[in-house]
Ligand binder design. Sequence first.
Ligand SMILES: Cc1cc2nc3c(=O)[nH]c(=O)nc-3n(C[C@H](O)[C@H](O)[C@H](O)COP(=O)(O)O)c2cc1C
Length: 349
Amino acid sequence: MNEKINLRSQRKNEHVRHALDQPSQTAMSDFENIRFVHQSIPSVDMEDIDLSTRIGPFEVSRPLYINAMTGGSEWTREINRKLAEVAQATGLPMAVGSMHAALKHPELSNSFTIVRDRHPDGIVFANVGADVSLEGAKRAVEMLRADALQIHINAPQELIMPEGDRNFKSWRANIENIVEHAGVPVIVKEVGFGMSSETLQILKDIGVKHADVSGRGGTNFASIENIRREKADMAYMSDWGLSTPISLLEAQPFLEDMDILASGGIKTPLDAMKCLALGAKAIGMSRLMLEQVEHHGIEAAIEHVEQFHHQMCKISIMINAQNIEEISSRPIVLSPEIISWQRQRSLDK
Ligand SMILES: Cc1cc2nc3c(=O)[nH]c(=O)nc-3n(C[C@H](O)[C@H](O)[C@H](O)COP(=O)(O)O)c2cc1C
């Protein structure tokens, strides 16, 4: 293996290792700052609950997907294989991690294409960064016969990463060009720093129809990249970004025109239900799924997904809602801290 390939593979492995080592950061996720209103006399039975949803043109029976993580090394090929088997068994859409490694070094492509091999008829998302060329984006889609393309936007990660990018001016025009010519739906996603209404306005202006706000509160790339710095001197940035609930509040004006997807710090079915209540069309999980396949195995991960969905249905009854649309119109109560954010930012739910 040449040195460049080795460095890329090594970086991917470090990301996975640090992500698995990270403690859960419930306190930063803001899910505890949002509460449902319990309803004592539900008018629905368990068999009435239907959480099916649409992600762009894709109809899915469960509002969940496995979000972007890996590929680019031997170890992450194996992780992708396991995740794809979980996706296949549960019918969840699945995204692969950034495919730049495979675009530059085709010998790494099987660490991504394994996902299509194991999830042959499922919904698969390719994944590239915002600096990719249109030709590269199209090759990534072709490589996986992907149904959609995720473009990740990760400026804080790049800036804290010792070897990261320092040029961002071209992102907007580049994303616009890819959205126009990719030939598949494009989902622009954050990587755990959340999205502001200003960001969403830019995405809307350039024709983006699907955005995954991927907020703060779960996998923390400010911390992961800080550990990778020689002096680990940017630890003070560890709470940078908008939590997933705050991002969803920022997204309220865009719910009509865009599919807003939620990820970042989703740990429980209750967190996922809160995202639906705030208007998300579906919920992406990365770290939780990584932990499941790496620490508990494929069978346990499949069971976890089944239980996760089942428990979402139970919570739906507790708020007397039968489907996604009803969940999004059920009352929620926000903590003073969240209301203060809402007021200062002139946002409404
Ligand atoms: C090990 C690891 C690697 C990741 N690599 C990528 C990536 O290559 N591309 C991307 O868009 N997001 C990547 N992410 C970010 C996730 O897709 C997601 O936005 C973020 O982890 C927040 O979700 P979580 O709290 O459920 O982990 C990665 C996450 C993890 C844990």
